[in-house]
Design a protein around this ligand. Structure first.
Ligand code: ADP
Ligand code: MG
Length: 655
């Protein structure tokens, strides 16, 4: 279509071609997020007020003596209109032509470029446009006619701009009739500033904005922290008598605490703000308030909660950090500003550096956003580190509530793995239930044990299982108890991944005590004794191994047992019983690894069995005992015996 101005009156102009493109898309494609038009218009009003306030620094008289800088909203339901007015800097004819008739904004330019790249894929266009702030033109999402009347500060003319979003707009000086129609029913006509009148479309979603509660909730969502009061004209509920009286009700809290100077903020202010944004009744554990300066300016006010929110594990995308650009709410996508494993942190980030009109995808790839995320992550981890060092009890309580989430980071955040490991805490065999140990405490204690071989001190010994009770009595602990070596109890399913993702902590490596060989440094004489026994029982071992070949990869003697006869272990790099159970409970198929059966060479039963064996007692007896030993080791490991009938039969026979 070719647009010409000739066929219209002399006041009519056509939009720049690119504007038409944006308009078209905005009007026809933006179904999903109609609310944002109000955010955009309020943000423009706030910008205009900022500009006036700035100009008034050098020209005081620009702001009248009793004049309050404010944004006013009026709903005219008879005329199906919504009106947004500010007493900011205003626009003259030239401003209106260049600001609303052409595209000067970089964000919108980028938007158009992405549209061009996406070609004619309509679905993609729709999803794309839904993620953009589209500035002033978003008014056409809900309005079929948009009228702007504006008077620039220090100028006399009221200018009139109007468009139906059809490719043309009218621009002229406002007539008396225009003023009578669009301003005087609602506002003082002598003031500088801008009145935007939206004649709402005749559909339900647009008409919803004629309802006060709709306007209230959208303002609250996007514009709560705008500095200037946003006032809605509403009927005074206190007025008695028949004639209604109108008052302006302030909708926004205006408390952008993060933008204030720290010295002006009290502890109580912080707590109140936390409750406001988090809906948590408890006080936060601590807050972090900082400004990043330099190439990447932003302000962050972050809170670490004391208690885990009830939905922390139910909801995949908890919206925890809110991103603002100059106090205008943009988004609270998880993952954008915080790694997932810090999703319990609440707060706001405000950056004036970011372009307001960018898509979510573009934000995610925006280098500034990436840097903000890095910076915030570092700050949170160092705050936790400090808390751990300064107040261990407080930190332990935090870790009991939220450590589970933090642990995900060891697995997910390679670059912060060391720091995260340092923040981990576990229960242990040498502490009572509920007392948590850090890896550093563990290491220091083991390092002090000069009575142990150096080789023994190179590990952090851990055992994984369902709960502390089960682990406390585990046969795998026997040798460690005998030597008073501490073992960490890993009872969280995710602990398995923690030690798989980070096999080392400083100079020590994790060692699961139910895997591989355990050598706690036996003395020479003990070793000689063991070797002798091994030789003596050699044939018995291979007999047992043959009997159990179907289930067992190897039968061997071990140092790990003191009182118990036998246990099952896996090789260092294989999946233990606990992890198998975790996978199974998540309904995942796992290839069962064949276990190694370890026998205690000092146990009476072995001696007796060996005697029977040497005295050539019938094969069946050795066979029965082999099976029974295996079954019992299975039970000790916490695994199921599949052939319970057979087990029952064996035990009954024995009785
Ligand atoms: P942006 O706000 O990103 O610049 P918009 O499309 O929202 O883009 O607005 C375009 C321009 O129109 C603004 O930059 C501003 O110069 C002007 N403008 C819009 N609304 C107002 C207003 N209420 N008062 C003064 N100027 C305005
Ligand atoms: Mg704008």
């Amino acid at each position: 279509m070719v647009f010409t101005t000739e066929s219209h009156s002399s006041n009519t102009r056509s939009f720049e071609a690119e504007v038409r493109q944006v308009l078209d898309l905005v009007i026809h494609s933006l179904y999903s997020n109609k609310d944002i038009f109000l955010r955009e218009l309020i943000s423009n009003a706030s910008d205009a007020l900022d500009k006036l306030r700035f100009a008034a620094l050098s020209e005081k008289e620009l702001i009248g003596a009793n004049e309050e800088l404010a944004i006013k909203l009026v709903i005219d339901s008879d005329k199906k209109r919504m009106i947004i007015r500010d007493n900011g800097i205003g626009m003259n004819e030239e401003d209106l032509a260049s600001n609303l008739g052409t595209i000067a904004k970089s964000g919108t330019k980028e938007f158009i470029n992405s549209l061009k790249e996406s070609g004619s894929n309509q679905d993609f266009n729709e999803s794309l446009i839904g993620q953009f702030g589209v500035g002033f033109y978003s008014a056409f999402i809900v309005a079929d006619t948009v009228t702007v009347l504006s008077k620039k500060a220090k100028e006399e003319t009221v200018n009139f701009w109007q468009s139906k979003g059809d490719g043309f707009y009218t621009l002229k000086a406002a007539t008396d009739e225009d003023i009578a129609e669009f301003i005087s029913p609602y506002f003082d006509t002598t003031k500088q500033g801008t009145v935007i009148v939206l004649d709402l479309k005749n559909d339900d979603e647009a008409a919803a904005f004629l309802k006060e509660y709709q306007v209230r909730s959208v303002v609250k969502k996007y514009s709560d922290f705008i500095e200037y009061p946003i006032k809605l004209k509403t009927e005074n509920p206190e007025k008695e008598g028949d004639e209604p009286e109108f008052v302006f009700e302030v909708l926004n809290s205006r408390k952008a605490l993060w933008a204030k100077n720290k010295s002006e903020i009290s502890e109580e202010d912080y707590k109140e703000f936390y409750r406001h944004i988090s809906h948590d009744f408890n006080d936060p554990l601590t807050h972090i308030h900082f400004n990043a300066e330099g190439t990447n300016e932003f302000t962050a006010l972050l809170f670490i909660p004391e208690k885990a929110p009830f939905d922390l594990f139910m909801q995949e995308d908890v919206k925890s950090l809110q991103l603002f650009i100059n106090k205008v709410f943009i988004t609270s996508e998880t993952d954008l500003l915080l790694p997932k494993y810090l999703r319990f942190v609440k707060g706001v980030v405000d950056s004036s550096d970011l372009p307001l009109n960018v898509s979510r995808e573009m934000l995610q790839e925006n280098q500034k956003v990436v840097n903000i995320k890095k910076n915030i992550t570092k700050k949170i981890l160092s705050t936790l580190e400090k808390l751990k060092n300064d107040d261990k009890e407080k930190y332990s309580n935090f870790f009991k509530e939220l450590g589970k989430v933090l642990k995900e980071g060891v697995h997910l955040d390679y670059s912060n793995k060391e720091k995260l490991l340092d923040l981990m805490m576990f229960e242990s065999s040498s502490e009572s239930a509920g007392v948590l140990r850090t890896l550093e405490e563990y290491s220091d204690k083991l390092n002090a044990r000069t009575d142990l071989d150096e080789e023994v001190r190179k590990h952090i010994y851990v055992i994984t299982g369902e709960n502390r009770k089960e682990l406390e009595n585990s046969p795998y602990l026997e040798a460690f108890k005998a030597k008073d070596i501490e073992v960490l109890f890993l009872t969280d399913p995710i602990d398995e991944w923690v030690i798989m993702s980070a096999p080392e902590f400083k100079d020590k490596s994790f060692k699961a005590i139910n895997k591989g060989n355990i050598d706690l440094g036996a003395k020479e004489e003990e070793k000689a004794e063991q070797a002798k026994k091994k030789e003596e029982f050699k044939d018995l071992l291979s007999k047992v191994q043959n009997n159990l070949a179907e289930n067992i990869s190897e039968v061997r003697f071990t140092d790990r047992l003191v009182n118990t006869l036998a246990c099952l272990v896996v090789n260092e790099n294989e999946m233990g019983a606990n992890l198998e159970k975790i996978y199974q409970s998540a309904n995942q198929k796992v290839g069962k690894s064949k276990r190694i059966l370890e026998l205690n060479p000092n146990h009476r039963v072995i001696e007796k069995l060996n005697n029977s064996f040497k005295n050539n007692q019938e094969d069946q007896l050795i066979k029965d005992y082999s099976e029974l030993i295996y079954f019992q080791a299975l039970l000790l490991e916490g695994s199921k015996i599949e052939n319970l009938n057979r087990y029952n039969e064996l035990v009954t026979n024995l009785m």
